[in-house]
Design a protein around this ligand. Structure first.
Ligand code: ADP
Ligand code: MG
Length: 666
């Protein structure tokens, strides 16, 4: 197999530069697609307007005159004969081109035209003449020392010498079905398009290939997972479980019951559970998870529940303790700030099995933690954990069942791709008695109204969250900070109400103390950065005020809004912003997290939904699942059909597809 260094022109220096931008193989190189194309269109001088940026080709008519200025600046002037007349050209700081710009040479000039002086001030000169009416020039991500031209040369050299060896992952039947060009031709075109029609045609083909490969992988892994049948063998004492469920002080919703059934089925089934529990904030996922943990316990295994923050882990732990009151089930809380001597005890209990359930942050997956017989792993708000961390926790048990909980509903496209290998339980129905949260959009100039709305809610004995994007003043930003809000609120409410702050940079002990005080209504106004975004449950808090709301994605705003409306009283959410009204009005109108996440996704892409780690997992070279949804659906259908089709067993492409998965996964 030829290597990158075998490509003509690629020496040790360029090799290391290519490596620097993630290109290690010939395949990486030829699929280093342009991130955009510059379209150079031949221009008619007569039609250009004063000040237009134009691209024009012609022959040099006069010897360029070079002028040098102070500070190393220089300028060249010459005349250019074009099809539509002669024009003057000046260009700055290209003295090094002078020797190439001899009279009679054909060049292309890109620049701004001054009609009165009949001069183009050029931003660039290309040393070849457009042969067609338009020229489409690929533009690549490069790095210092590696120019666009180098990149183009290496890619074309590689295609010329090794293009026929590049693997085409689309099986022949689909190539025929869609009349696709072959891989080598497609790559040639994408790197050297002659027309935009051709470019479009091969772009679709290459996107399809990438998505076909991706969906094949997901379907294959799902199939392998099912085949391996590696689930734990267990029986759950249903009578005991039902007795337990009967003691819950509220009636479970239909969706909760359905999710519980699905989880119990998975736990008892021969395969391993790999399930996502999706539901809007406040929809009651936690109790479903707890019941799953009890079921797991009743079949003799340990459970671990992992949360993304200490506040949330502590809250889960306290709720779990309450939930298990009257039982003898031994539980523990393990976070980064657990005292060393307590940690040692907990490690011991987890190892010898005397602790049945442990709740914590990613302290649960540190190397020193060993479990006796971990049977169920639940991660809450899973999108905040990187995939690597998730995998790590799974490895702790022999083959524990896995449940992920997420309050950020995933738009369908993403659900298909990220969670394509998972089963999904949805909780859409809300617990009875919940009222819609009224949402208002206010300008900064209307702050007086906002304070009045806050005051009238405080007078009813309710509590308030106030959110700001920043903690401290920063020189290059005039965003609202929690510190300045505290001053402002103090001024407005005097000593009538206790006001305090929590933010991500505080020591966790201090944070917990204030959260505790807020829970106990010893603090009435809690000013915070988005640390309260996930999970925190204080039913007496009924107003949420968010400053600089335009700084947040809709999904984040929806999560924040979900902090109120947890009790039976009417709740409200006030968004303050002077801009972005159209987007923020979606919040005013919509309260369905699924719809909001779709809208957010349409407007912002997936940036707000997942941490960078996860968006990295999903990075495609050419496809974009936001725009290429139709191709994705087709590729999904085809790849599944292809995987399951017995006639394709032993097929070379199938083997290569599987091979590429196995090398990636190991
Ligand atoms: P989330 O889905 O955001 O994790 P929680 O599980 O924290 O939601 O539930 C929010 C609140 O609703 C909790 O106080 C919980 O006890 C309560 N709750 C959950 N299910 C029901 C139900 N079926 N009826 C009434 N209250 C419920
Ligand atoms: Mg929750």
């Amino acid at each position: 197999m030829a290597e990158l260094k075998d490509v003509r022109g690629v020496g040790p220096k360029s090799l290391s530069l290519l490596n620097k931008i993630g290109i290690y193989t010939i395949d990486d190189l030829v699929t280093h697609y342009p991130f955009r194309y510059d379209v150079l269109e031949r221009c008619d001088l007569a039609k250009a307007n004063d000040g237009d940026k134009i691209t024009i080709d012609g022959k040099i008519e006069s010897i360029p005159i070079l002028m040098r200025f102070k500070a190393g600046l220089n300028k060249m002037n010459f005349r250019l004969v074009t099809q539509s007349g002669v024009v003057g050209v000046s260009i700055f700081n290209r003295a090094f081109l002078k020797s190439q710009l001899s009279v009679g040479t054909g060049i292309t000039v890109i620049g701004k035209i001054d009609k009165t002086k009949n001069v183009i001030t050029a931003s660039d000169i290309k040393m070849d003449v457009l042969t067609n009416k338009v020229k489409i020039v690929p533009v690549y991500h490069c790095t210092s020392g590696l120019t666009n031209k180098n990149m183009s040369t290496y890619i074309n050299m590689a295609l010329l010498e090794f293009g026929k060896d590049v693997i085409d992952y689309i099986p022949e039947e689909y190539i025929n079905k869609y009349n696709f060009l072959n891989k080598k031709t497609s790559l040639n075109i994408i790197h050297n398009p002659s027309t935009s029609e051709k470019l479009k045609e091969v772009t679709i083909r290459l996107k399809y290939e990438e998505l076909f490969q991706f969906m094949f992988k997901i379907n294959y892994l799902k199939q392998q997972n099912k085949k391996k049948n590696t689930g734990l063998i267990r029986t759950i004492d249903k009578d005991k479980l039902n007795k337990f469920i009967e003691k819950i002080p509220f009636k479970l919703t239909g969706d909760q019951e359905k999710a519980i059934d699905e989880i119990i089925n998975d736990l008892e089934g021969t395969g391993r559970m790999n399930r996502l529990l999706q539901g809007d904030v406040g929809s009651g996922k936690t109790v479903v998870a707890f019941i799953g943990m009890v079921a797991n316990h009743l079949s003799g295994y340990q459970s671990a529940l992992m949360a993304p923050t200490e506040i949330l882990a502590t809250q889960h732990y306290n709720n779990l303790k309450e939930f298990l009151k009257g039982t003898k089930i031994n539980i523990a809380l393990l976070t980064g700030s657990t005292l060393k001597k307590d940690k040692v005890e907990i490690y011991k209990g987890l190892k010898d099995g005397s602790i049945s359930m442990v709740v914590g942050t990613h302290a649960l997956i540190q190397d020193e933690v060993e479990y006796n017989n971990l049977g169920l792993v639940i991660t809450d708000e899973q999108h905040r954990f990187g995939v690597h961390q998730r995998a790590n926790l799974q490895n702790k048990g022999v083959k524990p069942d896995v449940l992920y909980m997420s309050a950020t509903p995933i738009p369908r496209t993403y659900a298909l791709t990220i969670f394509g290998d998972m089963d999904v339980s949805n909780i859409k129905e809300r617990p009875k008695g919940r009222q819609k949260i009224d949402t208002y959009l206010k300008k900064n100039s209307e702050i007086k109204d906002v304070l009045e709305m806050m005051y009238s809610d405080l007078k009813k004995g309710h509590q308030i969250y106030v959110i700001a994007p920043l903690i401290e003043e920063s020189e290059n930003s005039d965003l609202t900070t929690v510190n300045e809000l505290k001053e402002q609120m103090k001024l407005a409410f005097k000593d009538l109400y206790k006001i305090d702050i929590v933010h991500g940079k505080m020591a966790s002990g201090a944070k917990d103390l204030i959260m505790e005080q807020f829970k106990n209504n010893e603090v009435q106004i809690l000013i915070s950065t988005t640390v309260v975004e996930v999970g925190v449950d204080v039913p007496n808090a009924t107003t949420m005020v968010i400053f600089d709301a335009d700084r947040f994605g809709l999904s984040t705003l929806h999560q924040l809004r979900g902090r109120v409306g947890r009790g039976t009283s009417k709740s409200q959410c006030i968004l303050i912003s002077d801009s972005d009204a159209e987007r923020l009005n979606i919040m005013v109108k919509e309260d369905d997290g699924f719809i909001i996440s779709e809208e957010d996704f349409k407007l912002r892409g997936h940036g707000d939904l997942f941490g960078t780690k996860q968006s990295g997992d999903m990075s495609f070279k050419i496809a974009n699942i936001k725009n290429d949804y139709k191709i994705l659906l087709q590729a999904r259908k085809d790849s599944k059909e292809y995987l399951l089709n017995k006639d394709t067993n032993g097929d070379k492409i199938k083997e290569m597809l599987i091979n590429s998965i196995e090398t990636q996964e190991s």
